[in-house]
Design a protein around this ligand. Structure first.
Ligand SMILES: NC(=O)c1ccc[n+]([C@@H]2O[C@H](COP(=O)([O-])OP(=O)(O)OC[C@H]3O[C@@H](n4cnc5c(N)ncnc54)[C@H](O)[C@@H]3O)[C@@H](O)[C@H]2O)c1
Length: 271
């Protein structure tokens, strides 16, 4: 442990169970000295295991639906009161597509569901930053991170309308990043993470195959949820103060690879 987040205070969205990427980030942020507020939807708080994480991290838990502006305002107000001051970091680790949940193919997308996908998985990031910005509660030099996937930039079968949501999420990070940088030196970035075996991840059709493919295709292998937590903690720390408005790949090299020797050999064997 390095004490990278000593005296820092942050809100973490999206810890559902001990496989969630947000869960690992909360654990690492706590180990690095941060004070934390954990938040998720009321139903996730009831069904998930967040209380045990809250006890382990000495964190406060506040229920909030990230698509609801009133919930977000209350969350931010309760958090600043709990911290006794401004917020240093925020993690948006939220994704859900009713179309994917109901196995509706991309070409038959249900548009009511599509709007929900966008609202939950992308516009919620705008809403969170809207509340933080207009209440002026981010500490100077703070850091805001959202999690994304490379399907926001390249076509992948099975990722459905979440791909469109991720493209929007990455754009929102850039555009709000410009505002936040000028206002109070706050950084806004997205982290493009490897396929990871979590509740949301396993909802994607063909996830097990995608996971194994990416693992073989990435020179360093897939990045785990624990690896992701290490990276996100570095982005919350003062060591990355000039990194903003970026989509940062945390994928073992997958995004920069054209072909690996292993895949070439597999094809030469006729696999
Ligand atoms: N698992 C992967 O392969 C992978 C890869 C790259 C990026 N990501 C991204 O990482 C993030 C976290 O996902 P995860 O893989 O840890 O899965 P997860 O299922 O553990 O987390 C998703 C979270 O979103 C929350 N959520 C859903 N609707 C919400 C709402 N209206 N308001 C607030 N919270 C809501 C859920 O309760 C859950 O905690 C997502 O943005 C996901 O797209 C995941």
């Amino acid at each position: 442990m390095y004490g990278l987040l000593n005296n820092k205070k942050g809100i973490i969205f999206g810890a559902l169970n001990d496989r969630s990427i947000a869960w690992k980030v909360a654990q690492r942020a706590h180990e690095e000295g941060a004070s934390i507020v954990l938040t998720n939807t009321p139903v996730s708080l009831r069904l998930g295991q967040i209380q045990s994480l809250a006890e382990a991290c000495s964190a406060k838990v506040v229920a909030a639906d990230a698509t609801n502006m009133d919930d977000l305002a209350r969350l931010v107000d309760e958090s600043t009161e709990y911290f006794g001051g401004k917020i240093d970091f925020v993690l948006h680790s939220i994704g859900m597509s009713p179309n994917i949940r109901k196995s509706i193919p991309y070409e038959d997308t249900n548009y009511t569901f599509f709007q929900k996908t966008l609202d939950i998985s992308a516009i919620s990031f705008h809403k969170v930053m809207n509340v933080l910005y207009n209440r002026d509660v981010m500490a100077r030099g703070g850091s805001i991170v959202a999690l994304t996937y490379i399907a926001g930039e390249r076509a992948f079968p099975g990722y459905g309308d979440m791909a469109d949501a991720k493209a929007m999420l990455e754009s929102v990070a850039r555009n709000f990043g410009l505002k936040f940088a000028r206002k109070c030196g706050v950084r806004v970035n997205t982290v493009s993470q490897s396929p990871t075996l979590t509740t949301a991840g396993e909802g994607v059709a063909g996830m097990s195959e995608m996971y194994r493919y990416a693992d073989r295709f990435s020179p360093l292998g897939n990045a785990s949820a624990e690896d992701c937590a290490d990276y996100v903690v570095s982005l919350f720390s003062d060591l990355t103060r000039k990194v903003t408005m970026q989509n940062l790949y945390h994928d073992g090299g997958f995004s920069a690879t054209g072909l690996t020797e292993e895949v070439l050999e597999a094809f030469s064997r006729g696999v």
